[in-house]
Design a protein around this ligand. Structure first.
Ligand code: PYC
Length: 309
C-alpha cells in the first residue's frame, strides 16, 4: 500500500490539496526541473491525488518540495484535474495556511520557489496571506477572435503566473445559476484561441479564460475558466494579477491602490501593484481554511487506485 499524506484547505471557496509526505523523490534540481520529472514519471499520481475517487475535478494539488534556490524556504508544484499549473495564487495562500497548521511557520514572510519564479507570501496576525507574485504584464490588447456560436469576441492576453484571455464585453450575467452558459462560452473562447493559434509569449498556450462584470461589493466580479474546464471558486490569484497588470497599463489603477476582486461565488481577494525595475509586481491578499488532514491510500489490489479516468 502506498500512503500519501495531504492537507486540504479552501481559499475563498477554491480547494487546495497540499501533498506533504509519501510522494516519490523528484531529485535535487530546480522546481522547474522537478516539474518535468513529475510530468514524465508520475502523472498517474497526479490523477490519483486530485481526481475521483479520492478527489474531484475542482481540486488543485500542491506538491510541497525543497527549494533549490537557497533564498527560499520551500518549493511547490501545482497540478489539477488535467495537468499542471505554472503558478497558483489561491493554492499559495492554501499552502501558507497549511504550513501554519503544521506548525512549520508563523506570522511573517515565506519565500517559495515555483516553476515560473519566486513568490513571497506574508502571513499576518489576522490569518491573512499577502502573496507578492511573479512580475505580470499584458502581452496583447483588444485581440479579436471569432468564436463558434458566439461571433467576434475581444480580449486582452496577459500573464499573471499563468496565461489569461481577459474579456470585459460579453452578454452574460455573472451568477452561479448561469454556470453552464458561462462554461460553454469561455470553453468556446479557449477552443477558438487554440484553433486560431492565438497564444501567449513564445507560443505558450492560453489556458485560462477570465470574464468580468460590475460588482456590488467590489471593483469587479469575475468568472475564471481553468484548464480542466472547471471554474475557479476563488477570484483567482494569477487571474487577478493579470487583471491588475492590464488595469495598471491602462492607467486605471495606480501603484499601491487597492483593487477588490470578487469571484463568481462572492468571495473576495484584495490586490494592488508595486512597480520595481519597471516591472508590475502584483500583490494578492486573502485567506484559507483547513478542511482535512488526511492520508490517501493507494491499495495495489485496487484497479482504480490511480483514478477512474
Ligand atoms: O488562484 O491562481 C489561482 C488559480 C489558478 C487556477 C486556480 N486558481
Amino acid at each position: 500500500m502506498q500512503r500519501i499524506r495531504v492537507i486540504d484547505s479552501h481559499t475563498a471557496g477554491e480547494p487546495t490539496r497540499v501533498v506533504i509526505a509519501g510522494f516519490p523523490d523528484l531529485g535535487n534540481g530546480t522546481v522547474a526541473e522537478r516539474l518535468e520529472i513529475f510530468k514524465a514519471n508520475y502523472d498517474h499520481l497526479r490523477n490519483a491525488i486530485v481526481n475521483e475517487p479520492r478527489g474531484h475535478s475542482a481540486i488543485v494539488g500542491a506538491l510541497l518540495c525543497e527549494s533549490s534556490d537557497k533564498t527560499c524556504d520551500a518549493g511547490v508544484i501545482f497540478f489539477n484535474n488535467v495537468g499542471f499549473l505554472k503558478m497558483c495564487g489561491h493554492g499559495t495562500i492554501g499552502l501558507i495556511k497549511t504550513l501554519e497548521f503544521l506548525g512549520k511557520i508563523s506570522v511573517g514572510k515565506t519565500r517559495i520557489e515555483t516553476p515560473v519564479g519566486i513568490v513571497e507570501a506574508d502571513l499576518d496576525a489576522y490569518g491573512f496571506v499577502t502573496i507578492t507574485n511573479v512580475p505580470s504584464y499584458r502581452y496583447a490588447k483588444n485581440v479579436e477572435v471569432e468564436v463558434e456560436n458566439f461571433g467576434k469576441v475581444y480580449g486582452d492576453i496577459a500573464w499573471g503566473g499563468n496565461w489569461f484571455f481577459l474579456i470585459e464585453n460579453h452578454p452574460f450575467e455573472l451568477k452561479l445559476n448561469n454556470l453552464q452558459q458561462l462554461t460553454d462560452f469561455t470553453a468556446s473562447v479557449r477552443n477558438a484561441l487554440e484553433a486560431n493559434k492565438i497564444t501567449g509569449k513564445n507560443g505558450q498556450e492560453i489556458d485560462h479564460i477570465e470574464i468580468f462584470s460590475k460588482s456590488e461589493n467590489a471593483n469587479s466580479r469575475n468568472f475564471v475558466l481553468c484548464p480542466g474546464i472547471e471554474y475557479d471558486r476563488s477570484p483567482c490569484g494569477t487571474g487577478t494579477s493579470a487583471k491588475l497588470a492590464c488595469l495598471y497599463e491602462d492607467g486605471k489603477l495606480k501603484e499601491g491602490e487597492i483593487w477588490k476582486q470578487e469571484s463568481i461565488i462572492g468571495s473576495l481577494f484584495e490586490g494592488k501593484v508595486q512597480i520595481a525595475d519597471g516591472k508590475i509586481i502584483p500583490q494578492i491578499r486573502g485567506t484559507a481554511f483547513i478542511t482535512a488532514d488526511n492520508e490517501l491510500i493507494l491499495d495495489e489490489n485496487d484497479p482504480f487506485r490511480f483514478g477512474v479516468s
